[in-house]
Design a protein around this ligand. Structure first.
Ligand code: TRP
Ligand code: SF4
Length: 401
């Protein structure tokens, strides 16, 4: 009923590293060419955990946006914006909060986990509890059906679905819906109308999922329907409700988790990261000095790639041939560690080269970046308005609009 749409956000944590690139951005770049995408900086989400130190948010936001563009997120394909610049997210968050049971929020695993992990912060706050609901508003406001996220965020997307379902159940009851839906059926033309009725009965009485799919496909094809009638007919198929909000699905990023310099997950806080636009000398130095198999003390000692963080990088960056060369050379002490690292160094520098170039454009002229974001915010706001009009109406707040 609603067009395919992808929404994803990232909290502004400052300059991104290659782990963010492999874990998320690379996937965004691919998706933007396939589907309409909205990517935003979740600055309000950052405040839920950094409410005591807002001074870093603005700079982190701009840095991160440059990183996105550097990584190849393309403003001519995707809509790029800042969450707080589209205040409708907050309005939807508030309205959704009215009917969201506290238990749904308390049960989200990140709620307890983060409270336990970030012990230096008091996260027993209203804003932090509402984190996943704000995230639900971020997605539902665009009626997006796909949310690219890492696996830690899957419970958040599950909750969004429940929130959307509950909303439609509570507020999708349009006055005179039944009659309006029947009028819309007539507009299909007699042949299609008959088919629609048959398929609807088959689905509602026998739970025939094929019949439902067939009916949906028919509605997709019916050119002469208005948006609102189409919506009614979709809702009428499955029950007697209008679908105001769309239930989104998580789209898991292919698990290409990039290890850091010490073999653990790459993370700024572990001090094992390579920044997306780090300069060449620093990258080379970090890789030359990164640890290897601790058993290989002398050049003549044999090693085992399975115990070496460099090998994990080869698994991401190197061809089968190079990897064979590594395994052979390491186990026979045929190659030295510096020699072994060189192909990884080359590949990483090569990966970063276009990123540095693209970033330079925005560093030289920051007004370009501001214009891209202003344009993205406008586009996002337009879409958000459309949904909010329906949401307000459904919740008794239309006041004759
Ligand atoms: N919570 C997400 C994270 O920490 C960021 C985020 C906020 C998000 N709103 C979103 C992700 C909406 C996807 C969709 O990574
Ligand atoms: Fe690691 Fe390569 Fe040295 Fe073997 S040769 S220990 S894989 S860096």
């Amino acid at each position: 009923m609603y067009p395919d749409r992808v929404v994803s956000g990232m909290r502004p944590t400052g300059a991104l590293h290659l782990g963010h690139y492999h874990g998320a951005l690379k996937n965004w770049v691919k998706l933007q060419a396939e589907l309409p995408c909205l990517f935003f900086v979740a600055d309000w989400h950052a405040l839920t955990t950094h409410y005591d130190d807002p001074s870093i948010i603005e700079a982190s936001t701009w840095d991160m946006l440059v990183d996105w563009l550097a990584a190849g997120v393309d403003p001519s394909q995707a809509t790029i914006f800042i969450q707080s610049r589209v205040p409708e997210h907050a309005e939807l968050h508030l309205l959704l909060s009215m009917a969201t049971p506290l238990g749904w929020l308390e049960r989200v695993p990140t709620y307890k986990d983060q409270q336990e992990k970030l012990t230096d912060k008091d996260l027993a706050t209203y804003g932090f509890l509402g984190y996943p609901l704000l995230q639900a508003a971020d997605v539902l406001i665009y009626r997006a059906n796909l949310v690219p996220v890492g696996d830690d965020q899957v419970p958040h997307v599950e909750m969004m679905r429940e929130v959307a379902r509950r909303f439609n159940h509570l507020y999708g009851k349009e006055k005179g819906f039944e009659l309006k839906a029947q009028d819309a059926v007539k507009k299909l033309g007699s042949k299609r109308a008959k088919l629609y009725q048959e398929l609807r009965t088959q689905f509602q009485e026998k739970g025939d999922a094929d019949a439902l799919e067939q009916a949906k496909a028919m509605l997709d094809d019916a050119q002469n329907l208005s948006m609102i009638d189409r919506e009614r007919l979709f809702g009428y198929l499955e029950g007697s409700r209008k679908l105001i909000l769309v239930e989104p699905q998580a789209k898991l990023t292919d698990a290409s988790r990039l290890p850091g310099l010490d073999g653990q997950k790459m993370s700024k806080s572990y001090g094992n990261a390579i920044a997306l636009r780090e300069d060449k000398e620093s990258v080379t130095k970090k890789l030359r000095t990164m640890p290897t198999d601790p058993a290989r003390i002398r050049r003549t000692d044999v090693g085992d790639p399975e115990r070496c963080p460099v090998w994990k990088l080869h698994q991401v960056y190197s061809s089968v041939e190079v990897r064979d060369w590594v395994v052979q050379g390491c186990k026979s002490a045929g190659i030295g560690c510096i020699e072994c690292k060189q192909p990884v160094i080359d590949m990483i520098l090569q990966e970063q080269e276009p990123m540095r170039e693209r970033a330079q454009i925005y560093l030289d002229d920051p007004s370009l970046l501001r214009a891209i974001v202003a344009d993205g915010c406008d586009k996002a706001r337009k879409l958000a308005h459309e949904t909010m009009r329906d949401v307000r109406e459904a919740m008794g707040l239309a006041y004759g609009d």
